[in-house]
Design a protein around this ligand. Structure first.
Ligand code: HEM
Ligand code: HEM
Length: 152
């Protein structure tokens, strides 16, 4: 019986990605009262901060996605060099929207404002939906990572 170490690493990264996805999505509720506060005259910088649970969990989630990219670098390199975007529509779109979302987070380094929050909230929900599709389409491959194989 053998299960190679790379598959085990991918499996645990995928588990952390799934937890990150849940954490990132659920933690957006911490901003539920933000609209009211802003309407009440609060400044964006008073309502949103990098210390919020959503920003912390999402930064972890982004880091795990970068680890996931490294683990699938051969696939992603072929996707780009052989221009296999149409054959891999969900992965290509997810990678594109992830890049835009990451840029929207980098804009937060300049501060929280109407423009930076609007940019982030228009692109981030699309990323979560695409990741959901990607996850469903790869669930069999995920389960295959821990299936033991009879040694030859
Ligand atoms: C891949 C990473 C991320 C994803 C998928 C993501 C996802 C989301 C989603 C779905 C929303 C709710 C949008 C809505 O209300 O329609 C949101 C809101 C927000 N996110 Fe993120 N986020 C990510 C990273 C971050 C990071 C790193 C920060 C902090 C620096 C951040 C700060 C915010 C803020 C301030 C809002 C509140 C906007 C509001 O309710 O008005 N996000 N995010
Ligand atoms: C955000 C951008 C992402 C991109 C571009 C991406 C890309 C990829 C690629 C290229 C593969 C290999 C496909 C194959 O060998 O058939 C893969 C597999 C997989 N991805 Fe992603 N992925 C992303 C995010 C995520 C996230 C956030 C999750 C989980 C919440 C996830 C879960 C999986 C699973 C379960 C697999 C199959 C098992 C494995 O090989 O790890 N992916 N992904």
């Amino acid at each position: 019986m053998s299960t190679d170490i790379k598959s085990i690493r991918k499996f645990f990264t995928d588990i952390l990605l799934m937890l990150g996805l849940l954490g990132c999505g659920i933690s957006t509720t911490v901003f539920d009262a933000s609209e009211e506060k802003l309407k009440g005259g609060a400044q964006f910088a008073d309502v949103f901060s990098w210390n919020s649970i959503h920003c912390i969990l999402s930064t972890f989630f982004i880091s795990m996605i970068l680890v996931h990219f490294w683990q699938h670098r051969v696939y992603l390199k072929l996707l780009v060099t052989k221009k296999l975007f149409i054959k891999n529509k969900i992965i290509s779109l997810t990678a594109l929207v992830f890049s835009i979302t990451a840029i929207s987070c980098l804009f937060y380094l300049t501060g929280f404002s109407s423009a930076t929050v609007q940019f982030h909230t228009s692109v981030a929900p699309v990323l979560l939906a695409l990741i959901g599709l990607h996850l469903i389409s790869k669930i069999k491959r995920f389960l295959g990572l821990i299936q033991t194989r009879k040694a030859l």
